[in-house]
Design a protein around this ligand. Structure first.
Ligand code: PMT
Length: 405
C-alpha cells in the first residue's frame, strides 16, 4: 500500500539513529520512496552515505546546500512528502518544533510542510518525563502532530524504562495501515473546511464578548472528516482542544478574522461545515485603553458582524454547504428558515436547552435537515460518534461520494 508514497525521514541525533537505517530499509521494501534529512548531531552517529545507499536518494543535511538550483531544497522536500516521520526525535527537536524554531534543515522543513508529521521520540527515561519535554509534547499534540510512543525496555544509557524508539517493523506497519485506511475513503481527494468554537469580539484591551461554545462539536466534525479521507482545514476560534492528527488548523479570534480565513479556503473546497458559534454583533468601537467605570449605568453600542455562512451561500458554486443552527425553541422551523435564507444544502439543528446537547457538553442531540426536505433525527450520543454519523448520512444523501463537488 505504500507504492509511490513519498516519505521523508527526518533523523535527529540520538543513539537510536542506527534503527532509522533499518526503518529506511523497511519503508523502501514496502514500496515507499524514501528521502532522508539529517541534523548535525545525527551525523555524529551515522554517516549520510549509509542513508543514501539505503534510500537510493540524496541525503539532505544543510539548509544552504542547494543541490538543484531550480528549487529551494527545504521547500521542495516539504512539498514532496506525503508523510514526514521524525525518528528518532530528540528532546531538542521536539522543543524546537513546539516553539516554532527553524534553525536547520530538519526544522525548516517541519515548519514549511503541510504533510502529516509523525514524531517517534527516543531518549533517556528521565528526559522523556522532564516537565519541559512533557509540556512540549502536549503542545505538539494540541498543534495536531501525531506521536509514535517510545516503548519500554533497556535503554542505551543503562536505564530501564520508557524511551526506546519504536521498532522499525512496527513503525512501517503503522505507516502502511495509515495509507491503507486512506485508500478508499469517501472524502479522499476532497477538501473540507470546518469552523469550530466561539469568536471573541474585543471591547477594550481587557474585555470581550463571546459565547459558551467549547469547540467540541466542530473539532469532532474535523476529526470525522479527516477519518473519512478529506484534506481537512479547521478554522478555529479560541479554544484549548487538541487538533486531530493530520488536520490543518487556522486559528482566529473574531468573526471578521473567521470570515477572512474561511473565504481564503473556500474556492477549492468541496464542502464547508460551519459548526462555529459566530458572534452576530460586535462592539461598534474597540477602545485602545481600558474603559473606566463611572457612576450609573452604561450602554455598549453594537454593530452587526458579517454573516459568514450567508456570504458563502451567496457565492456558492460547486461547494456543499452545511450549517449548524443553535436554537432554544421552534428548532425545526427556525432551522428550515436558516437553510433557505443562507442557501445551504444541509443544516444541523440543535436545541441548546437540551441537557444532553448543545454548548460545552460531550454529547449532542440534533436533527439534520436537507434542501430536499429530508428531516433526519439523531438521538443523544457523543459528539465524536455523531460527527461521523452526520458525515456518513450526508455522503449517502449525496449518492455515496462528493464527486461532482
Ligand atoms: O462548541 P460546542 O460547545 O461543542 O457546542 C456546539 C454548538 C452548540 C456551538 C454547535 O452545535 C452549534 O450549534 N453551532 C452553531 C452555533 C450558531 O452560531 O448557530 P446560529 O444559529 O446562530 O448560526 C447559524 C449558522 O450560521 C451557523 O452555522 C453559524 O456558524 C453561521 N453564522 C452565524 C453568524 C455569523 N455571523 N456567521 C455565520 O457563519
Amino acid at each position: 500500500m505504500m507504492n509511490n508514497k513519498n516519505i521523508l525521514l527526518c533523523v535527529t541525533g540520538g543513539i537510536a539513529v542506527y534503527k532509522a537505517v533499518a526503518l529506511v530499509s523497511k519503508l523502501s521494501q514496502a514500496g515507499a520512496n524514501v528521502k532522508v534529512v539529517m541534523t548535525d548531531s545525527a551525523r555524529e552517529f551515522v554517516q549520510p552515505l549509509t542513508f543514501q545507499v539505503m534510500s537510493r536518494n540524496d541525503v539532505y543535511t544543510d539548509t544552504f546546500d542547494e543541490k538543484d538550483s531550480r528549487v529551494i531544497a527545504h521547500i521542495d522536500l516539504a512539498d514532496w512528502a506525503d508523510l514526514i516521520i521524525v525518528a528518532p526525535a530528540t528532546a531538542n527537536v521536539i522543543g524546537k518544533l513546539a516553539n516554532g524554531i527553524a534553525d536547520d534543515m530538519v526544522t525548516t522543513i517541519l515548519l514549511a510542510t503541510e504533510a502529516d508529521v509523525w514524531i517517534a521520540p527516543a531518549m533517556n527515561v528521565h528526559m522523556y518525563s522532564h516537565p519541559a519535554v512533557v509540556r512540549n509534547i502536549e503542545r505538539l499534540h494540541l498543534d495536531g502532530y501525531h506521536f509514535i510512543e517510545p516503548s519500554e525496555g533497556f535503554l542505551a544509557c543503562g536505564y530501564v524504562g520508557k524511551g526506546r524508539l519504536e521498532e522499525p517493523e512496527r513503525i512501517t506497519e503503522l505507516v502502511s495501515q495509515h495509507f491503507n485506511e486512506r485508500q478508499n475513503l469517501p472524502l479522499k481527494g476532497k477538501k473540507v473546511v470546518i469552523t469550530a468554537g466561539p469568536t471573541r469580539e474585543r471591547i477594550d484591551p481587557v474585555r470581550y464578548l463571546t459565547n459558551f461554545s467549547s469547540g467540541k462539536m466542530g473539532y469532532s466534525m474535523a476529526a470525522a472528516a479527516q477519518k473519512l479521507g478529506a484534506e481537512t482545514v479547521l478554522v478555529s476560534g479560541p479554544v484549548e482542544l487538541p487538533v486531530p492528527a493530520g488536520v490543518k488548523v487556522i486559528r482566529v479570534e473574531s468573526a471578521a478574522d473567521m470570515y477572512e480565513a474561511v473565504l481564503g479556503e473556500y474556492q477549492d473546497a468541496s464542502m464547508v461545515v460551519k459548526s462555529a458559534a459566530v458572534a452576530d454583533y460586535r462592539p461598534k468601537a474597540i477602545h485602545d485603553q481600558k474603559m473606566k467605570k463611572q457612576e450609573g449605568d452604561d450602554v455598549l453600542e453594537l454593530e452587526r458582524t458579517t454573516d459568514i455562512l450567508k456570504s458563502l451561500g451567496d457565492r456558492k458554486e460547486h461547494q456543499l454547504l452545511v450549517g449548524f443552527a443553535a436554537e432554544t425553541n421552534d428548532v425545526i422551523a427556525y432551522g428550515q428558515k436558516k437553510l433557505d435564507s443562507k442557501n445551504l444544502d444541509y443544516i444541523i439543528v440543535n436545541d441548546v436547552t437540551d441537557p444532553e446537547g448543545g454548548f460545552g457538553s460531550d454529547t449532542n442531540v440534533v436533527t439534520l435537515l436537507s434542501r430536499q426536505g429530508e428531516v433526519i433525527p439523531f438521538t443523544a450520543m457523543p459528539k465524536e460518534q455523531l460527527a461521523l454519523q452526520l458525515f456518513e448520512t450526508i455522503i449517502q444523501q449525496e449518492g455515496g461520494n462528493l464527486n461532482d463537488r
